[in-house]
Design a protein around this ligand. Sequence first.
Ligand code: ACO
Length: 372
Amino acid sequence: MPTPAIHKGLSGVVVDTTAVSMVDPDTNSLTYRGYPVQDLAARYRFEEVAYLLWYGELPSTAQLAEQNEAERAHRDLPAELVGTLLGLPPSAHPMDTLRTAVSILGANDPHEDDNSEKANKAKALRLYAALPAVVALTQRRRRGLPPLTARDDLGYAENFLYLSFGEVPDPVVVRAFETSLVLYAEHSFNASTFTSRVVTSTLSDLYSAVTAAIGALKGPLHGGANEAVMAMFEEIGAASNARAWLADALAAERKIMGFGHRVYKKGDSRVPTMRDALREVAGARGGEGILDIYEALARAMYAEKGLHPNLDYPAGPAYHLIGFEVPVFTPIFVAARITGWTAHINEQLAANSLIRPSSTYAGEPRREVTRA
Ligand code: ACO
């Protein structure tokens, strides 16, 4: 029997269709439900993009108002959940806290196993509403501050920042943060989304699919890269060190975080928009030194390896300048990506087939046991 071709890492393998988003590496474009992501980031609120991902169309004024009202009603976490999360060791990674929070929200949902589209849309909305409070709780805990109560007079991004910092920063900063949420919201069959679809394909529940996706996103080859980028900037220290630092890192065969992409080989379509947002935040927050490192390392990396930055490269330093603790960067990515994951979960259920690939056996040949 001929040995079947092996597609390590499923690279280039097309496993299904999706109507949620399209990544076109040739034209360097990303569309959500047909709309270019950079246009959505420039002209729409994150709330509208969430609706678009879930329902396939941008919302009318009335539809948006209805969704916002429901979201605002679910912003605060149940007191017992707050108690449980604050009972986790202070050293717990915020991604672990977030994963635990989603698990507990699932365990407390009497409709956890209702996989109807309507029930799953309601669960998606509640998670989208609650995740900023979980992220903010860990951000504040790391600074020895108690959690705050959500404000229902604020939009999603403003409330997220208020819960994290106790004040709404100036509009330039809010806008940059919201841009990152829109850009992080969805990206077709990436590792975490695929994970959520694999779990869903067994007809498990949405919370299980989301906790699994959080686990996949945590890794530094995926969402964890935005945290690793900031650690790298701290090591580099100043733009003038970037070339020498890179030479040493490449000589040590280190992966340079925030560069390269499985799909985009000519550059990540989201980077120019997020780089502009980073510039805005840097201008507002005195982050010129960070911008200089950003540009110097990007130039050196292109010259050395021909590799372009991915979205995590500008997002990490932008979150740092906004004031977030490094370990909450990837949880912010989760709060945005919950929209895309849950759109995919419902899409998977609408035309489900168990995802179960095959493998070529490479172990011991068949042998007999010796015990009589
Ligand atoms: N630093 C150094 N070398 C790299 C990098 C990098 N960041 N990315 C790719 N390369 C090199 C590889 O070493 C390899 O070289 P070789 O052919 O000499 O062995 C070549 O480029 C191809 O790289 P692969 O790892 O095979 O590419 P793949 O498509 O599997 O990897 C990945 C994509 C995992 C994103 C990779 O580029 C990487 O590890 N980047 C750093 C982590 C990162 O930034 N992840 C964020 C992804 S985007 C997101 O989640 C928003």
